[in-house]
Write a new protein. Structure first.
Length: 114
């Protein structure tokens, strides 16, 4: 009888160790799946950003964009074309009103010294 009890205890301990090992493996796998998923999301974001940059590069390298920038920023034009530069309109400066102090003279002196 003692021998069966000992065998049962040994089998129980082995079973518990197997269950603990399986649970640990499952937890590690789920953590690694989360890491893989976040890395795939980062990769997708980087690919989207790369595609946007490629489109922007193609746009910037186009002849129309270069011509537009030369016209806008460098004030250049095509041959036989007159470039008209208009002066910028500045707002009319208005004098700011001076504050009127309605206090008595002795109060002004007190403010001045204290």
């Amino acid at each position: 009888m003692d021998r069966y009890k000992l065998l049962n205890w040994i089998l129980l301990i082995v079973f518990v160790m197997l269950v603990v090992g399986i649970v640990r493996s499952w937890v590690k796998i789920s953590q690694r799946e989360k890491i893989i998923q976040s890395t795939q999301n980062q990769l997708q974001d980087a690919q989207n950003n790369n595609n946007q940059l490629k489109r922007k590069l193609a746009e910037v390298e186009s002849k129309q964009y270069i011509e537009k920038e030369a016209r806008d920023k460098l004030n250049l034009g095509k041959e036989d074309e007159v470039v008209l530069l208009l002066p910028t309109v500045s707002p009319i400066a208005e004098p700011s009103p001076t504050p009127q102090d309605a206090s008595l003279n002795w109060q002004k002196w007190v403010k001045l010294f204290f």
